[in-house]
Design a protein around this ligand. Structure first.
Ligand code: HEC
Length: 197
């Protein structure tokens, strides 16, 4: 048989694949031990490692937030901002703690209230004195809060409702009533309005 002899010949020849043959053969087909390159294996093990960390972070340890949790966190934050922006003035109260008054003072500077009311609230050519006992629009917390919030476009008082949250308005209003009112600064503008204690 001719094919047998040619097979014999082939077997005599040194086959470069011999070194990587597994020795397993089926139907005359030998199995080659041909592992993928190291870098591909490294990548493969890396993906397995990452999947374990991912699973631990999002499922087993429950540290990461899934889509539903992210949605809830975001809407809770949004609700908080919405609530603050829509708190009725009636629910805001005069704040007397040092922290709030200090913040109110910072807002007074930041919002340039001094441009129209003087650095110490003493009043100037534009705005009235905020340190005496005479008030044009009343001196209750609600009066002052409303004035800062809605302003008075005819008389030239800026409305701050788009620039300050209710909370910040409450703080600057408290600063006006607690620190400025009754402070007697130099160069005070003449009283305007009616006496209000
Ligand atoms: C562009 C000028 C201007 C700015 C800025 C301004 N005000 Fe006034 N403000 C006025 C004028 C003018 C009045 C007087 C309104 C009136 O006659 O009713 C007034 C009135 C007030 C009153 C009521 C006084 C009263 O006697 O009834 C308060 C309180 C007040 N301002 C606080 C503030 C605070 C706090 C800020 C900063 C956050 C501020 N204002 C920024 C011009 C200004």
């Amino acid at each position: 048989m001719g094919s047998d002899t040619s097979n014999e010949k082939l077997k005599d020849k040194k086959d470069p694949h011999d070194e990587v043959m597994t020795g397993h053969e089926y139907d005359g087909i030998g199995e080659l031990d041909n592992p993928p390159p190291r870098w591909i294996m490294a990548l493969f093990y890396l993906t397995i490692g990452i999947s374990i960390l991912y699973g631990a972070y999002y499922f087993w340890l429950d540290i990461g937030e899934n889509q539903d949790q992210q949605y809830l966190t975001k809407s809770a934050k949004h609700d908080e901002i919405y609530k603050q922006a829509n708190t009725p003035t009636a629910e805001m109260k005069l704040l007397t703690d040092e922290g709030s008054i200090a913040e109110g003072k910072a807002i007074f500077t930041e919002m340039a209230c001094s441009a129209c009311h003087g650095l110490n609230g003493e009043g100037n050519a534009i705005g009235p004195n905020l340190t005496d006992e005479y008030w044009i629009n009343g001196c209750s917390f609600t009066n002052v809060h409303d004035m800062i919030k809605n302003g008075n476009s005819i008389k030239g008082m800026t409305a701050f409702k788009d620039r300050l949250t209710e909370e910040k308005i409450a703080k600057v209003a408290s600063y006006v009533l607690v620190s400025l009112k009754g402070s007697n600064p130099p160069n005070a503008k003449a009283p305007q309005g009616v006496i209000c204690k």
